[in-house]
Design a protein around this ligand. Structure first.
Ligand code: FAD
Ligand code: SF4
Length: 396
């Protein structure tokens, strides 16, 4: 008789439940019996983006193509916004709209998404939504590490065969690695970019030191105008320039997982919806494969669209910021300001802003790994990220 890997997993000792230790991003996998696969699946123990890209998209990034380094395997890239934005969504609600259509049109039986707890609007509570109402109740970012994959056991138990999962890069890497074990006929993955995430306590520290009214913040975003926009309960918008951040107090606020991540653009999702490659007010959409194209087609009529654009040159601003990261300044945009580079005047816009942000974070994270986890550097940094970092002169 063969022993089910799931049963074996239950036998693991509790002390070994976060094998990635301090680099764990709380993706949720280890809260389930799929912990059995953790050594292979965890994004922080086994970086395997190129291999998983080939399975998911039919090819991995072309290392001779600079756009592939930055944005991953891409079929189509556009800027879009909902003609009728969803009230209270993070941006215009394209993510929620796609998920609702997939349920309405019976493409999927459930959607893994993140609501918040009744007591705390920023405390993530992953669920499997079965109705558009439940999807809409999950709109807006919970800007904290979220254990999205802790619902994986419920999928198997529910008998669902067609599922949409919404998630950030580290969650999606682990999900792709166990995809074949879930017993699904079809898995759709709708990803968002993600960077500089924090624990719930870290978020509180950030809000308390940065916003004039931390308790009324409904959502916030690090915007392309180099300000943080906090939206408050009364609808007012508070804008705090990056260079106004109290970096001495925020030095260790970002999760160690995010300080060693090179999957900003969610390489393994079928479709990615963010904002950073689009003009202000628009969302940035990257279709990675046919499944992603099918998902986007469901809402195309609800969208205004325009071609992506690119303007400016980021290189000097990124290069001048690098010494600051080495001195422990962890906020890339703020570091660039501190080095006296007037970024607004250099003006990276559209895709160039996205490249600026990717370069800044990857060089910071590369230095962080080199200083603190040198034994991990070679295997953990993907080849495309080495190409990106290789454009800059780094301190020894
Ligand atoms: P909505 O319709 O409001 O839906 C938001 C969806 O996000 C919901 O379905 C919910 O399930 C899911 N979600 C909420 N919180 C989490 C979480 N913690 N983990 C996983 N899923 C979650 N875009 C960029 O271009 N650059 C960035 O640097 C960037 N950083 C991000 C960091 C985080 C932690 C998150 C969650 C998203 C980030 N995004 C980033 C994506 C962007 O902020 C929007 O989420 C995206 O454009 C979708 O907007 P929307 O109005 O369509 O989403
Ligand atoms: Fe487990 Fe996920 Fe943490 Fe890795 S990141 S140790 S898979 S919970």
């Amino acid at each position: 008789m063969t022993v089910s890997p799931h049963k074996k997993a239950k036998a693991l000792k509790s002390g070994s439940r976060r094998p990635a230790k301090e680099l764990c991003s709380e993706c949720g996998l280890c809260d389930t019996y799929y912990i059995h696969y953790v050594k292979d699946a965890c994004a922080f123990l086994n970086q395997q983006i190129a291999e998983l890209e080939t399975v998911a998209h039919g090819r991995s990034r072309n290392l001779d193509n600079e756009d592939d380094w930055y944005f991953g395997v891409t079929q189509e890239m556009i800027a879009a916004r909902k003609k009728k934005p969803i009230e209270g969504a993070q941006w215009t609600g394209i993510v929620s709209a796609i998920a609702c259509e997939m349920l309405d049109q019976d493409l999927v039986e459930g959607v893994v998404c993140v609501q918040n707890t009744a007591e705390d609007r920023f405390q993530p509570m992953p669920i499997i939504a079965r109705t558009p109402q439940e999807v809409l109740a999950a709109k807006v970012n919970k800007p904290t590490l979220s254990p999205n994959l802790n619902v994986l056991e419920q999928i198997e138990q529910s008998g669902m065969k067609r599922l949409l999962v919404i998630g950030v890069g580290c969650q999606i890497q682990a999900l792709r690695a166990v995809e074949q074990e879930l017993g699904l006929e079809k898995l759709y993955i709708l990803g968002t970019p993600c960077v500089d995430n924090v624990s719930r306590e870290g978020l509180q520290k950030f809000l308390d030191t940065t916003s004039r009214s931390p308790e009324t913040v409904v959502h916030y975003e690090f915007m392309q105008d180099f300000r943080i926009h906090f939206k408050h309960e009364d609808g007012s918008i508070e804008k705090v320039p990056f260079f106004g951040l109290k970096t001495n107090k925020l030095k260790d606020v970002f999760a160690p997982s995010c300080m060693s991540c090179f999957d900003y653009v969610n390489s393994l999702a079928d479709l990615v919806v963010g904002y950073m490659g689009a003009p202000f007010g628009w969302q940035w959409i990257v279709v990675r494969n046919q499944t992603g194209a099918q998902m986007l087609d469901l809402v195309r009529e609800q969208l205004d669209t325009q071609a992506v654009m690119s303007k400016g040159d980021r290189h000097q601003a990124v290069q001048q910021s690098i010494p600051a990261y080495d001195k422990g300044v962890t906020l890339p945009m703020w570091a660039a300001k501190m080095m006296g580079v007037v970024i607004e005047q250099i003006g990276p816009k559209g895709l160039e802003y996205a490249r600026f942000s990717i370069d800044s974070h990857f060089t910071r994270n590369y230095l962080n790994l080199k200083r603190n986890y040198p034994e991990k550097l070679e295997a953990h940094v993907p080849e495309y990220a080495k190409k990106i970092v290789g454009q800059y002169k780094l301190p020894e």
